[in-house]
Design a protein around this ligand. Sequence first.
Ligand code: HEM
Length: 339
Amino acid sequence: MTKLFLPAAALAVAATVSLETSAQAPAGAPVDPTTFIDQFEQTFGKYEGYRRSGAKGICATGEFVGSADARALSTSSAFSGRPVPVVLRFSVGGANPKAPDNARSQRNMALQFNLPDGESWQMGNISAPVFGASSPQQFLGRVASLQPDPATRMPDAAKVKAFADANPEVLLQGKYLASQPVPASFGSVNYWGVHAFGFVASSGARQYGKWVFEPVGGLQGLSDDEAKAKGPSFLFDDLRQRVRDGKVAFNFNLELAQAGERIDSATVPLPAGRTKVNLGLLKVTSVADDGGGACLTITYNPMVLPKGVEPSADPMIAARAAPYAVGLGRRLTEGPKQQ
Ligand code: HEM
């Protein structure tokens, strides 16, 4: 049975939150999911039918085989060692379905492991080790601060600065992405889960850690000249070609937290040098020819976890569930698309 941890915090109905009130709300306070999606549309634009985040994307399928080390950490059937089918979605960050592939922006890899007995495991991973906010209130405040002024059609620089000065961690994700080259391929960049999750062994022992999917073929970035020459849309064809050549695979690695370390924040990575356990190998085996495919109507909800894997106290995990559902409702009503 799929274990869906109820996103109590995210589902609680909060009063409509304005930028002013959100700045005063406690960091862990819930945000009404409709308020979230409305604010996304006001800040990033409304593109009917598309995901409100990670709009430009493509479906793929793959197979995961868990390792013996993973079996020692967690009872999850994902790690049985038998091949598990996976429904993937690769995407470019942001709400714009025409977001350029040749910018130093975020890439995403979302996965649904189809486990025995109807169990699923869903996750959405990003090409940065940290997210742009540590609480739902802070994320809403940041997105609101970026809303374009109707007169200039640009964000108000003073508002952006005031919010970032008061919440400096909202800049960490962007700084990381700006420091990296443009990824040469969806298959040549790291994807982090950014949240900590608990891995529960048959003894009942619970090990917390943060995961990262690392390309077996290594990292590959483009120089500024190469990126310019590639143009704004090369990632889908590149992925199809690499998968045809059997070259897209990732090690699913878990960095182990030590006792007393901070595991409740998506803006605080584990300290460098933590033991890294290989949980298994993910191979991408096919890529959609067009904007269709099984991923189109999946909303990759990080609360959909298998038995043997549990959320940590990071408030952003549960906070994602309800806005994703509201976003799904809107795009299904509009006619779902992703290219
Ligand atoms: C409360 C905070 C967040 C909100 C409101 C939010 C909002 C959204 C929405 C509306 C979507 C589109 C969902 C759909 O239509 O199916 C989305 C997709 C996504 N989000 Fe978030 N997000 C949040 C936090 C995060 C965090 C912390 C991460 C870090 C891993 C993340 C990674 C992703 C990824 C990878 C996708 C694309 C998944 C796909 O391909 O469907 N999000 N987000």
